[in-house]
Design a protein around this ligand. Structure first.
Ligand code: SF4
Length: 360
């Protein structure tokens, strides 16, 4: 079967312009899966060192399945979206234990695994097992919307169906993995969001957006969900070389990561008016709060950190702080999985001041 002219041109471009990436020509589902999970919502330049670190720490599926979750979360630290790391670990265990180390060979089978959605399933199935299934991600939406002049808002279920069907009809069944990677690579390097390089584009002659000068109108997006503001005050309680922390519960951001004593308020807090026994101690010590603003998907976190040197019996203080809080020595804290924001606070504001104070 002859490939569609769009596909033939795209594959030819890919042969000449693809970036050299460690998983690019692999048929190993473990490597492809690891790369896909790490690279989601992440630039290649940022994700690549993580991929290399994970491959060094866990060269095989068996190694990752046997690793403690805390260690995996720690290695993931800085990438954000920690639920992906938890799913990564769970998925390795399921494939290793329930599938005896054999990955399902189809996108439908792969989607039954933890944390694997349609995108990742199609990427693994097409690259590792040559299944002719299309991958549809942001790059694919952009290239197809522009080239074929499609104005369906891409953040709607109708668009998913429409673009998946179109991409399936263009896919070269002899090279499904290369076709998918070529389309994504073309979106990343040539048909980029803000400055598509139309003047040097091999698809320019057949591109509807270029003919109609609509490159910047396509793809269309329906209005985004409102961003929610949250207000956290962290009391960083320390006593005799230890910090008071707890593991965050399920059902919210940062599930399973460790945090300091948290007071969350519905609006910007007036610290002197918050009623918390530890905050009263902090006020007596005249500790200045350190403020961070931190953007997550659909949320902005406004976070105050207030360090407080605790007096009084440690267990009593832990009970006063709320349920689940425990004391950890500083070197234990270092090894605990934490939101990157808390790690940054500790590195830049806490260690230098408070450790010195305590050792005086
Ligand atoms: S001509 Fe421009 S808009 Fe069209 S596919 Fe090429 S880079 Fe994208």
């Amino acid at each position: 079967m002859t490939a569609h002219p769009f596909t033939a041109t795209l594959l030819h471009w890919y042969d000449r312009h693809q970036r050299a990436l460690p998983w690019r020509h692999s048929h190993d589902p473990y490597r492809i899966w690891l790369a896909e999970v790490i690279m989601q919502q992440t630039r290649i330049s940022q994700g690549l060192p993580y991929y290399e670190r994970f491959m060094a720490a866990y060269p095989t599926l068996a190694d990752l399945a046997a690793a403690p979750l805390d260690e995996v979360l720690r290695l993931w630290q800085g990438l954000g979206y920690y639920s992906r790391a938890r799913h990564l670990h769970k998925c390795a265990q399921v494939v290793w234990q329930e599938h005896r180390g054999h990955w399902p060979r189809t996108a439908a089978g792969l989607q039954q695994l933890p944390g694997i959605g349609p995108y990742t399933a199609a990427a693994i199935a097409s690259q590792a097992f040559d299944e002719p299934v299309p991958v549809v991600d942001g790059n694919v939406y952009r290239v197809l919307a522009r080239h074929f002049g499609l104005a369906t808002p891409i953040n709607t279920p109708a668009a998913r169906q429409e673009f998946t069907t179109l991409s399936a009809s263009l896919l070269d069944p002899a090279y499904p993995g290369d076709y998918n990677q070529a389309l994504m690579e073309f979106g990343a390097l040539q048909c980029t969001p803000r400055k598509p390089a139309c003047d040097t584009c091999v698809l320019a002659l057949s591109c509807v957006a270029r003919q109609q000068s609509r490159q910047h109108e396509l793809p269309v997006k329906a209005p985004a969900r409102a961003i929610r503001q949250r207000y956290f005050t962290y009391l960083v309680a320390y006593h005799n070389g230890r910090l008071l922390m707890r593991q965050r519960p399920a059902g919210d951001i940062w599930q399973g990561l460790y945090e300091f004593v948290l007071i969350e308020t519905g609006k910007k807090p007036e610290l002197q008016k918050l009623a918390h026994p530890l905050l009263q101690q902090a006020a007596r010590q005249q500790m200045e709060p350190i403020f961070y603003r931190h953007q997550l998907t659909h949320r902005i976190l406004n976070v105050n950190f207030v360090a407080v040197s605790v007096s009084g019996p440690p267990q009593q203080v832990a009970d006063l702080a709320g349920s689940g809080y425990k004391w950890f020595f500083y070197d234990e804290v270092e090894a605990l999985p934490k939101p990157v924001l808390l790690a940054r606070y500790l590195d830049t504001h806490f260690n230098s001041i408070n450790l010195q104070e305590e050792t005086k």
